[in-house]
Design a protein. Structure first.
Length: 214
């Protein structure tokens, strides 16, 4: 019984630790009420079962960060995250380290492709400030929305906020949405760092120069 109690205690402790770590990661980089306050465009996909909000400070002005956000997409600049992991699911993603003018014309109604067989609809665009993309039934009735918000954060600096929102059908447990945020939080964390690295390198390198070796 003592051994069983020890194993049970270890499992519970491990689960609690994982939950706490994932909760912190789902709010990585946020400050104040950033993790909970409403963001523009959220009304387009109401009633999420779960969400995550992450943020990063970037030592570059919004107009130099925005192009990296504008070219997000499986068939464009990628997601600046762990492409090898995304490609295990057949995403065929390549993360760009350069800006391509052909990928900059993001407009409402466009497709933001996540996978060759899955895409979000661009719902709202304010160049230099806001990108919102979502779908009410992305996969088997599951809905998803992405919100990217850029704000000036002092001279030559940007505060970049990203929020993911998950909707599940009524017949499915909300725990599925919470489970999805755990892995996604890891990918999103790397994506924000990837955007920061590219924007700051580009600022140092100057226009027309790749942000990093391709």
């Amino acid at each position: 019984m003592t051994g069983l109690a020890a194993v049970t205690g270890a499992v519970v402790a491990s689960g609690a630790t994982a939950y706490l770590l994932s909760t912190r990661l789902r709010r990585w980089g946020t400050r104040g009420d950033e993790a909970t306050r409403p963001l523009p465009g959220e009304e387009l996909v109401p009633g999420p079962a779960a969400s995550l909000t992450q943020a990063v400070d970037i030592a570059a002005p919004p107009e130099q960060v925005w192009p990296w956000v504008a070219q997000l997409g499986q068939d464009k600049g990628g997601f600046y995250s762990y492409a090898w992991l995304e490609n295990l699911g057949g995403a065929r993603v390549t993360n760009a380290d350069h800006l391509d003018p052909a990928w900059q014309q993001t407009q409402e109604g466009d497709r933001l492709r996540l996978h060759p067989r899955a895409a979000l609809e661009v719902q709202r665009v304010v160049p230099g400030r806001l990108l919102v993309a979502g779908h009410h039934e992305l996969l088997a009735g599951l809905g998803f929305q992405w919100v990217f918000l850029l704000t000036p954060d002092g001279p030559g600096r940007t505060r970049l906020l990203v929020r993911e929102r998950y909707v599940v059908p009524l017949l499915l447990p909300r725990a599925l949405a919470h489970l999805a945020t755990v892995g996604s939080a890891v990918m999103s964390h790397r994506m924000l760092r990837g955007i920061r690295e590219r924007a700051e390198r580009q600022l140092t390198a100057g226009p027309g120069v790749p942000a990093a070796p391709r």
